[in-house]
Design a protein around this ligand. Structure first.
Ligand code: ZN
Length: 134
């Protein structure tokens, strides 16, 4: 097993960043060729997802609709910190993804990348990567 901590700087309140290269670097460092790569975000107002990398409009549309459907201000929010929208988006998108490792590479689909989703930025986020041989 191999454990890596990655830092990602985000810009803007909502920001979705392709982190596949950083995860691949962690995989390369591990020397593991076959197994599973778990990617986890230890934050309550950020998330991680897998989606299309070919057309950057896809990620922009995801961010746009999340911002539209989950407004920053809502008269019924109770959370005193004022960032309930970010917490809701984080739970909807999720804290982790798994990618199969085979032949020393991340087995993503042709158009897939792993994205860190910032919902209460800008700030520096951590991404934890665990590669399990198997
Ligand atoms: Zn909060």
């Amino acid at each position: 097993m191999s454990f890596h901590k990655i830092k990602v700087s985000t810009s803007g309140r909502t920001d979705i960043i392709d982190i596949t290269i950083k995860i691949k670097a962690a995989l390369d460092k591990s020397g593991i060729a076959e197994g599973v790569c778990k990617v986890f975000v230890p934050h309550t107002t950020a998330a991680v997802t897998i989606n299309e990398n070919a057309d950057p409009a896809v990620i922009k549309d995801i961010a746009m609709i999340l911002d539209e459907k989950i407004p920053w201000d809502h008269s019924k929010y109770r959370h005193g910190e004022g960032n309930s929208a970010a917490h809701i988006k984080s739970s909807l998108i999720g804290s982790s993804v798994d990618v199969i490792v085979s032949g020393g590479d991340l087995n993503l689909g042709t158009w897939q990348s792993v994205f860190l989703c910032e919902f209460d930025g800008p700030r520096t986020r951590s991404v934890w990567v665990k590669i399990i041989k198997g």
